[in-house]
Design a binder for this molecule. Structure first.
Ligand SMILES: [Zn+2]
Length: 151
């Protein structure tokens, strides 16, 4: 089998601390000290009030699927199809792009509750999302239970 490497982050001065926190499985984003806004992706100043005074805050990782796309044509050898990319609206406000890790692509819909999970690739941890249902049982567990019941 050919060793196909996935693209990895290339941190900028503004995102280095973000990616270092991701290595420790912590998703953090800037919060303004002056107006309280959160924003993402990280930048040097608050996009709401232009303040340079802000702190890194760990996000809840909970949100709703704002939009998504399911790829059925392969554009990169490291990403076998089908797979989904989505934009999640986090509880804190910002929208974050990420893969949606699930066995149930046909059950995805706008407004679906999702939670942040980690997509481990080499030395990097990439933020991704996973559906969460009202029961609090994560999709892969639900699929595992369904497979046991049907098998
Ligand atoms: Zn601000």
């Amino acid at each position: 089998m050919t060793d196909i490497r996935r693209p990895v982050p290339r941190p900028s001065p503004e995102t280095t601390e973000f990616w270092e926190a991701c290595r420790q499985e912590r998703f953090q984003m800037p919060q303004c000290r002056d107006c309280g806004s959160f924003w993402f992706p990280p930048s040097a100043f608050c996009p709401q009030c232009w303040s340079l005074h802000w702190d890194w805050r760990e996000a809840s990782g909970s949100g709703q699927l704002h939009t998504f796309v399911i790829f059925r044509r392969q554009y990169h050898p490291a990403f076998p199809t089908p797979y989904a990319l989505g934009v999640a609206q986090l509880e804190e406000g910002p929208r974050v792009l990420g893969r949606i890790l699930t066995d149930g692509l046909d059950r995805l819909h706008v407004g679906l509750q999702v939670k942040l999970v980690w997509d481990h690739t080499g030395e990097w941890n990439i933020p991704a999302f996973q559906p969460v249902y009202d029961s609090g049982i994560e999709e892969p567990k639900v699929m595992g239970i369904l497979k046991k019941l049907s098998g």
